[in-house]
Design a protein around this ligand. Structure first.
Ligand SMILES: [Fe+2]
Length: 136
């Protein structure tokens, strides 16, 4: 059965109004959509490659974001950092699911878990520090 994975449409309301972070947040959402497309066509080797591309982009972005959170002394920075760590682990698990004899349902579940985590970060978690960011 072909699975039908979701897509995330970038909304203006997701933006923090702080370009050094917004560009890479948007790129992460686009990378997730590319991954979704590959998994929808059950191209799991491409799925593994795009999972890795997502992981690398997420690591770079989260490191930059966490540096900013330090500088602005956002009180919730430790929890936010821990959430980033769990998101990376979820993405690494998905990459593994794509690599060894992929089961479409497991991959589907893994992808949805990752998508929900990214949405939680972008829609909820990141908005919590919006007011602490320097105004451009
Ligand atoms: Fe974040």
């Amino acid at each position: 059965m072909a699975s039908n994975m979701g897509f995330v449409e970038w909304q203006g309301s997701f933006e923090l109004g702080y370009q050094p972070l917004d560009d890479s947040r948007k790129f992460l959402v686009e990378s997730l959509n590319d991954l979704s497309r590959a998994l929808n066509s059950e191209d799991y080797s491409q799925g593994a490659r795009l999972s890795l591309r997502f992981i690398n982009a997420a690591r770079r972005h989260f490191a930059r974001e966490e540096d900013v959170l330090e500088v602005i002394e956002f009180p919730g920075r430790e929890d936010h950092k821990a959430y980033h760590g769990r998101l990376i682990t979820t993405a690494e698990n998905l990459e593994k699911l794509c690599l060894d004899d992929p089961d479409p349902e497991d991959v589907n579940r893994g992808f949805l878990g990752l998508m929900n985590m990214l949405l939680d970060d972008v829609i909820q978690g990141d908005q919590d520090f919006r007011d602490y960011l320097p105004k451009e």
